[in-house]
Design a protein around this ligand. Structure first.
Ligand code: ADP
Ligand code: ADP
Ligand code: ADP
Length: 214
């Protein structure tokens, strides 16, 4: 299956993607995680991305689309993939379509996670992320680690992402409404969109997602 996951920052995309990718035996590809890995490794790509991310703005398309295509060209995408955080504007969606056409493949669905804005703010404010791997996320009330400040999965140190500060979150939400939401209409024209509520326990949301993708 080839799936795109859409939703505001903090909706639970990363959390759901981990379970869905496992259930469907496809790789979870998060452009945010790829950027953060590049930043922690000090690569040129990471240096290009950092100031945009810290301000809560989108990293320019020239950088992002190239990185996403390189990842999609990887050896593990033959059986499908779950894209999380890409595409994030209509230009990226068009670039992805062109790439898929070139490969002779197509998306199976776009899963749109819906969450009220006040819940998103609570989720982001309480999010704690592992320094070793930003796909390992916790929450100070909803998903506490066994030992405070320590990642259950790898023992790494948990911290609050720089872009999870209140001021940056506000900008990320407005960027989401302005730039990313239009891709939902873009994909509706291809009849690909399934919208589900991302409220409630993680396992319930995963079940809703699996039902929607059938
Ligand atoms: P969240 O899961 O909270 O929405 P992400 O980890 O997906 O956050 O993204 C963090 C930041 O990385 C974004 O605010 C943006 O600066 C950058 N980023 C991630 N994916 C993209 C993309 N497809 N296009 C441009 N910038 C991106
Ligand atoms: P995104 O990738 O969309 O930015 P995350 O998956 O990182 O979102 O989730 C944001 C925060 O909300 C994390 O701290 C996560 O533990 C928490 N979270 C995710 N799903 C739920 C849920 N269903 N209920 C409560 N908290 C959740
Ligand atoms: P409203 O939009 O009316 O505030 P929400 O559904 O956003 O309603 O949340 C109501 C309350 O339930 C919130 O204060 C939040 O703390 C709690 N809550 C919402 N979703 C979850 C969840 N997945 N896990 C734990 N608590 C939640």
């Amino acid at each position: 299956m080839r799936i795109v996951l859409v939703g505001p920052p903090g909706a639970g995309k990363g959390t759901q993607a981990a379970f869905l990718a496992k259930n469907l035996s496809i790789p979870h590809i998060s452009t945010g995680d790829l950027f953060r890995a590049n930043i922690s490794q000090g690569t040129a790509l990471g240096k290009q991305a950092k100031s945009y991310m810290d301000a809560g703005n989108l990293v320019p398309d020239e950088v992002t689309i190239g990185m996403a295509k390189d990842r999609l060209d990887g050896p593990d995408t033959e059986g499908g993939f779950l894209l999380d955080g890409f595409p994030r504007n209509v230009h990226q969606a068009e670039a992805l379509d062109a790439y898929l056409v070139e490969r002779g493949i197509a998306l199976d669905g776009v899963l749109d996670l819906e969450v009220p804005e006040d819940e998103v703010v609570k989720r982001i404010a309480g999010r704690r992320t592992c320094r070793n791997d930003s796909a390992h996320t916790f929450h100070i009330t909803y998903k506490q680690p066994k030992v405070e400040g320590v990642c259950d999965e790898c023992g790494g140190e948990l911290y609050q992402r720089d872009d999870d500060s209140e001021a940056t979150v506000r900008n990320r939400l407005s960027v989401y409404h302005r730039e990313t939401e239009p891709i939902i209409d873009y994909y509706k024209q291809q009849d690909l969109v399934a919208t589900i509520s991302a409220l409630g326990p993680v396992a319930e949301v995963t079940q809703r997602a699996m039902d929607a993708l059938k």
